[in-house]
Design a protein around this ligand. Structure first.
Ligand code: ZN
Length: 222
């Protein structure tokens, strides 16, 4: 398997010396999901571990090369196209997993860019992001099948709170765990650990206070 990773690397960056490359298949991912873990010393990338969902094991070699190249482009912030990546995208389109993000809300997209840089090394694919109902019960939601994040319009007045709720939903995208019946998402310890990395450590308190205030106003003024 590791030869596939080095093949993917060499054809993308013939001049570059590859770091240590490993591929891991896992049943924890949802179908045809993949990610990459970067090991760094200072600014030097010393190792890349590609995590691929189990289904890829039965895929054609060129599809695996394609998905790895797709991730390599993200790691090195390049946009080098190859036939294998085309194979990979076409393949995903056919099985219906590949949903190209639609143009969403401008503010949410701006916040996404910030969050992607700050917490995901720019590696997350942009989902479609929109504002939904003015609900206080569900502040945010990530729909895996549509790759769609919906944020409650009740937060619209507070940029920081939107950013925090958006961050939470992006973590659902990153972790992409699904239950067997395809419903529900877990807040695993790994998820919670990521969530705590948010720069404002008081944000959860601020959010609760904001909701309490809104609910009070609603109770008084309807
Ligand atoms: Zn959640």
């Amino acid at each position: 398997m590791e030869e596939l990773a080095s093949k993917a690397f060499k054809s993308l960056f013939p001049q570059k010396t590859p770091p240590r490359l490993t591929i891991k298949f896992s049943g924890k991912f949802s179908e045809y999901n993949a990610n990459v873990r970067i090991e760094k010393i200072g600014r030097i990338v010393t190792g890349l571990e590609f995590g691929l969902s189990r289904e890829f094991q039965e895929s054609d070699e060129s599809i695996i090369v394609g998905v790895i190249q797709h991730l390599l482009n993200k790691v090195y912030k390049t946009n080098i196209q190859t036939v294998e990546q085309e194979f990979y995208h076409n393949f995903l389109k056919h099985i219906g997993t590949y949903t190209k993000a639609k143009k969403g809300d401008d503010l949410l997209e701006e916040l996404f860019e910030e969050l992607n840089e700050e917490y995901f090394s720019g590696l997350l694919d942009r989902p479609t992001m929109i504002f939904g109902n003015k609900t206080l019960t569900v502040l945010g939601n990530y729909n895996y099948h549509k790759d769609l994040i919906t944020i409650s319009s009740s937060l619209k007045t507070d940029r920081e709170l939107i950013k925090y709720v958006l961050y939470h939903e992006l973590l659902h995208k990153k972790h992409s765990f699904k239950t067997k019946n395809g419903r529900g998402q877990y807040h695993t310890p790994a998820f919670r650990a990521d969530e705590k990395k948010f720069h404002d450590k008081n944000i959860e308190k601020k959010l609760q206070k904001f909701i309490r205030g809104k609910k009070l106003r609603k109770a008084f003024f309807g």
